[in-house]
Design a binder for this molecule. Structure first.
Ligand code: UDP
Ligand code: MG
Length: 310
């Protein structure tokens, strides 16, 4: 029978959290009295999570495993979960129980009131380093300012999406994905529910700085041309400055001033402009690399095991 609710959890080496995740999700979802399913996407785990997911699926037919051939990253794992989801409402949740499953009931209530996107907004974060809290807060502020879509502050991927929204998202096959941006971009009737983000149930974060930086870059490049425009503005400013400087230097020379003589000034100007040009080239390169990835049109992920899509 077709489930009303789908819960999606991406899993990357979360063996210590899986049992508890299943237990708490079951408890919460059973209390709704509706049919539900739990899609566990194994994102190339190497710690035995894969086996554990298979075992859970054997014991509980509501668990549907999607096993990746390798690690494709969190956003892609969630994408696969959306692809295989069948519910009328779909909830995305982290496997480490930082997003308390109990909040799902509040999300569902808002959905029943007619909202199509119900995102969970962190009012507090527990057990995260000050570095993560500060970088995350800067990141959300920057994204809010420079992108065209208004991505709600302090939201992660923990949210409920109506089937309509999921279908639209599933039709967007872009490779570099920033799902919370995409879900804001598609629109629909949205509302936030605030919650206290707990600390990890077990294990360590799977989002080291490098991955966070990559996600931030994807967020910026997927939703804004601002970096490219910055390159143009730097060009205008430096060209403008030199146009102003030319008559000044000519006059200084004519009156015999020693002010702008010497190699050092030339060298500094050349180095500075050379640096600026390389940075701008790098920005353009970042966009071109992304275009190249899209043009190749490779599948977003490869599964070694996936449920039949009935
Ligand atoms: N995750 C994943 N693939 C990855 C990295 C993370 O599927 O390459 C999953 C991870 O198992 C967890 C969720 O994404 O369920 C969020 O990761 P994590 O809790 O490590 O991120 P944080 O909460 O520290 O930002
Ligand atoms: Mg986490």
């Amino acid at each position: 029978m077709k489930p009303v609710f789908t819960i999606i959890a991406p899993i990357f080496n979360e063996i210590a959290c899986l049992g508890e995740l299943h237990r708490r999700v079951t408890e919460v979802m059973d209390s709704t009295g509706e049919i539900w399913e739990l899609v566990l996407v194994d994102d190339g785990s190497t710690d035995g999570s894969t086996e554990m997911i298979r075992n859970l699926a054997k014991r509980d037919s509501r668990v549907r495993p999607v096993i990746f051939a390798r690690n494709f990253g969190h956003q892609i794992a969630v994408t696969a979960g959306l692809d295989y989801s069948r519910g009328d409402a779909v909830v995305i949740i982290d496997a480490d129980l930082q997003d308390p499953p109990e909040i799902i009931l509040e999300l569902i209530n808002k959905w029943r009131e007619g909202y199509e996107v119900v995102y969970a907004q962190r009012s507090e974060r527990e057990g995260e380093t000050w570095f993560k809290v500060i970088t995350a807060s800067l990141f959300y502020k920057m994204i809010y300012r420079i992108t065209d879509v208004k991505i709600p502050m302090n939201t992660g991927d923990f949210r409920l999406l109506d089937r309509k929204v999921v279908n639209v998202l599933n039709s967007m096959r872009e490779r570099h994905r920033f799902l919370r941006g995409m879900s804001a971009w598609v629109g629909f009737k949205s509302i936030g529910v605030s919650y206290k983000r707990a600390s990890r149930f077990a294990g360590k974060t799977k989002y080291p700085f490098k991955k966070m930086f990559k996600l931030a870059l994807t967020a910026v490049t997927s939703f804004s041309y601002m970096p490219l425009q910055i390159a143009m503005w730097i060009g205008f400013i430096s060209a403008g400055l030199s146009i102003l400087a030319i008559p000044v230097v000519i006059v200084l020379r004519l009156i015999g001033s020693q002010f702008f003589f010497g190699q050092a000034t030339t060298l500094l100007a050349v180095l500075f402009l050379g640096g600026v040009q390389l940075i701008c080239l790098g920005i353009v390169g970042e966009y071109i690399g992304r275009i190249y990835d899209e043009v190749k049109g490779r599948p977003l992920y490869i599964t070694s095991e996936a449920p039949s899509s009935d």
